[in-house]
Design a protein around this ligand. Structure first.
Ligand code: FMN
Length: 165
């Protein structure tokens, strides 16, 4: 049994995809929690804000959920050939505590998924680069879906099995 955290960068079709990943994990006997970064509504990261205790957001619940999870699935739409700002912003806030952030990410099994307007290959590449850079163990298989392509249930199954290793 593994504890999964599904991190969705948007609350539309990507949130729906996060629900499918969570349901699949639970049906396989795992635990699954979903974090919706839109619901968190973090302020935009700037160095000025990060140095002001009144302005910096409390992200301790997010850090706890991420630390306690055995594996993450990061689900995000493609925005302009890359990641949406909610995801980039959350990573920037978390990385301010650099040592603990590195420790939390190092070796963490991570799966990537998208529901994008087009193919979504660029956001998968962008997330692969980001999450590999911060030390996570990003699995090769990713789930790409969009307007003209449904998410493949076999891919979701295989990703959950691989991440729960
Ligand atoms: C600002 C913006 C930029 C976008 N850029 C791209 C893009 O580069 N490639 C693409 O395939 N879709 C792009 N889209 C479409 C989104 O990926 C698509 O609508 C996605 O399903 C939205 O996810 P959601 O329903 O979870 O909000 C863009 C949408 C927005 C709002």
């Amino acid at each position: 049994m593994a504890r999964f955290l599904m991190i969705t960068a948007t609350s539309g079709t990507n949130r729906e995809l996060a629900d499918v990943f969570a349901t699949t994990a639970i049906e396989k006997g795992h635990e699954a929690e979903i974090v919706d970064l839109v619901e968190m509504d973090l302020p935009m990261f700037t160095m000025v804000r990060s140095k002001d205790p009144e302005s910096a957001p409390d992200i301790s619940d997010l850090i706890s959920s991420m630390t306690e999870a055995d594996a993450w699935v990061v689900i995000a739409p493609e925005y302009n050939g890359s990641m949406p700002p909610t995801l980039n912003n959350a990573v920037a806030w978390m990385s301010m505590d650099w040592q603990n952030f590195r420790t939390m990410c190092t070796g963490k099994p991570v799966g990537l998924a998208t529901h994008s307007g087009g193919g979504g290959a660029h956001v998968i590449m962008a997330m692969r680069q980001q999450f590999s850079f911060i030390g996570a163990d990003v699995i090769g298989r990713a789930c790409l879906s969009g307007r003209d392509k449904e998410a493949n249930p076999e891919t979701i199954d295989a990703m959950i099995d691989n991440l729960a290793r």
